[in-house]
Design a protein around this ligand. Sequence first.
Ligand code: SAJ
Length: 407
Amino acid sequence: MKINVVGLGYIGLPTALSLSAGGWEVVGTDKNAELLEKLASGEAAFEEKGLPELFQKASASGKLSFAPACVPADLYIVAVPTPYLKHCKRIDPSFVTAAVRDVLAVCPKGAILAVESTIAPGTMDACVRPLVEKTGLVCGKDVHIAHVPERIIPGNMLYELSHNSRTIGVDEPAVGETLKTVYRAFCGGEMVITSIRTAEMTKVVENTYRDVNIAFANELARLCYRGGMDVNEIIRVANMHPRVNILSPGPGVGGHCISVDPWFLVGDYPDVVNLILQARRINDGMPAFVLERVSELMEQNGISVSEVGFYGLTYKENVDDVRESPTLQLYACMKNHLACGARFYDPMVKTKLVDCQYDDFDAFLNGLKLVVVMVAHDQIRQNTEKLADKLVFDTRNCMSGGNVVKL
Ligand code: SAJ
């Protein structure tokens, strides 16, 4: 069986590498010529634990190649981005439909077309199925469509790729069995075969569940601050109850999953959705809450904006991914209020994203009176002594000491 993975980003690349390292013949396709050039030289476009080693193994297998356009294959795995439309909150399926069109232009009869990208429930029926039919092909005969959503977490992708269970949404159980055989190359977890619509909704529900639960923790943080209570201690103690498991408050929810997918439900079911919308609003409001707290601390301690530094630009610890990052949301908020001049630093981010961005930790710290920890990278946990003479506003509950103020 020949597999064509379409879209070689955070999900497509590890999937293509794992499949080829597992013995399948894989062609990776991406429209980005620069990215393809990088990949052809054996270099990944992002950092992830174990990825360089997996890349080497995949290259050594002789089963991996790259191509700028889709090629004839038995199975297509589409892993392209699915943003949401800012004005109506509904999914923007344009990357998926463009990829599907490319696949349909070359796919032989009987091929399987599996979409891994997270999509709003109903997208396969609304966008993919009609495209197949418009091409004059029959679903279930000429092309077998499927939705096999990914579940891996950045920072621990390769472990989760091989250990997590998976959902395989299909029209025909036999196609599900074929997909199981393919994914078994790297997936040791249970694989559940279900309908396409159930697979679509399950994936969105998983991320929405987490968004709602983080929002609960964030709301607790805000009300505990108002009431002069220690939210982290309260959560620690409450979580000793056998059926309570409160997540951690933080400066906001970033990443291209949890902060995006719930909007699909809000956009499609505006008159039904309530809790989910509130959760989104609470989490999206956290960067502004952090700014309010920073401004209070500055006033109380006579600190000027040029003496404030924000540590961390990524959306979470120990990754280099800045998509929907709370720090960038906070930065946009500051700029809107014409409040500039604070410093920024992130050891994982090499490209310049904001004004006053430092590339050296010591230079960043030099002259600062207030450091706002936005991301709990290992790097800062290992360098806490360098912050000893500064006021630290820790939004991630990762620092300790008399100079540390918590969210
Ligand atoms: N966060 C908190 N408090 C917490 C946990 C997370 O503020 O207690 C924040 C993080 O700092 C980050 C955001 O939420 O900004 C999301 O981070 P995450 O680590 O919870 O999740 P992601 O976005 O990296 O990956 C999620 C995962 N989904 C779930 O855990 C349900 C992953 O399994 C999915 O594959 C991924 O989304 C995806 O691609 O959909």
